[in-house]
Design a protein. Structure first.
Length: 304
């Protein structure tokens, strides 16, 4: 079974597989299946599974790719993220969980992941009790979170302790809100894996050609994206990346085969976008502030 020490340094993100929020009928399924299968064969052993993506069709892409790869179930780590958007009751949550288990022909998920707004919607104790039941019955091995404040992360950690496996976070070269607020530091100190989504901001960071990235890419003979990924994994983070291009997958894997000099790592780590201020974050999605997962998208509006 995959644990924290055997988790691959990068994981597979499923946003965009089969479409975005909606299933894209003209999606190139075979190309995406080939790409995911290739990633698995190259040793990438964990992925996010989310029924909400492409109206559930991303599960079709992922499950077919896993079968094509021939990788055994015990050699993969499945983290199922459940969004509460279309799930009105806790029974709906349970139904989605069971549907995913059936689709992947498994008796358990390695991790079951929720965001903060799910807890008031279903009742904090109700959801915690459901997860405790799943843990005790071996339906899940761990619990996880996404997009949570430091206060909530601490509260959740106190309940589940070492059963809290990962925190999926907004984190990239330009946007360090989760780090500057102490969230990623708390996770690292307590053995919770930081899993950045949009770590390359869908290539938008590289397109800006920040001087430090251009310089280091030249120095190490790597791309800017490889410099970013190497910096992240050196920090102990495990970024999720979606790619359906074999060349890009090889580029991502190539980010893991060199070492940044300590001084270069520290320069990247200390970098902050001049004039960037963390906006008010709407952790509970009440409409008061910016949703944390939107930070990578609004960055280009603020800093054109």
């Amino acid at each position: 079974m995959i644990d924290r020490k055997s988790l691959s340094k990068i994981g597979i993100g499923a946003w965009g597989l089969g479409g975005l929020a909606k299933h894209e009928l003209n999606n190139n399924d075979e190309k995406q299946i080939e790409a995911v299968s290739y990633s698995l064969k190259k040793g990438i052993n964990f992925m996010e599974i989310n029924f909400w993506n492409s109206e559930g069709y991303s599960l079709e892409i992922l499950s077919r790719a896993i079968k094509d790869s021939g990788i055994k179930r015990e050699d993969l780590f499945y983290s199922q993220a459940i969004y509460d958007y279309n799930l009105e009751t806790l029974k709906d949550v349970e139904r989605e969980f069971e549907n995913v288990l059936e689709k992947f022909e498994t008796t358990f998920m390695d991790s079951l992941e929720f965001s903060m707004p799910a807890f008031p919607k279903y009742g904090f104790e109700n959801l915690v009790n459901l997860l405790a039941k799943y843990l005790s019955s071996d339906r899940i091995r761990y619990v996880s979170l996404t997009n949570c404040s430091l206060e909530f992360l601490k509260k959740y950690h106190q309940i589940f302790k070492d059963k809290l496996f990962l925190h999926e976070v907004c984190f990239d070269f330009e946007i360090r809100a989760n780090e500057d607020l102490g969230i990623t530091e708390y996770a690292t100190k307590n053995g919770i894996v930081n899993v950045p989504y949009q770590p390359l901001r869908r290539n938008r960071t590289a397109k800006r050609s920040w001087p430090i990235l251009v310089e280091l890419a030249s120095k190490y003979g790597k791309t800017q994206n490889q410099i970013i990924l190497n910096w992240m994994v050196t920090k102990g983070f495990r970024p999720l990346i979606k790619s359906e291009n074999i060349e890009h997958i090889n580029e991502n894997i190539g980010a893991l085969n060199f070492n940044l000099e300590k001084s270069d790592f520290e320069r990247i780590d200390k970098f902050r976008v001049k004039g960037y201020e963390i906006p008010k974050i709407d952790w509970w999605q009440t409409g008061d502030g910016v949703k944390v997962h939107q930070l990578p998208n609004i960055f280009d509006e603020t800093y054109p």
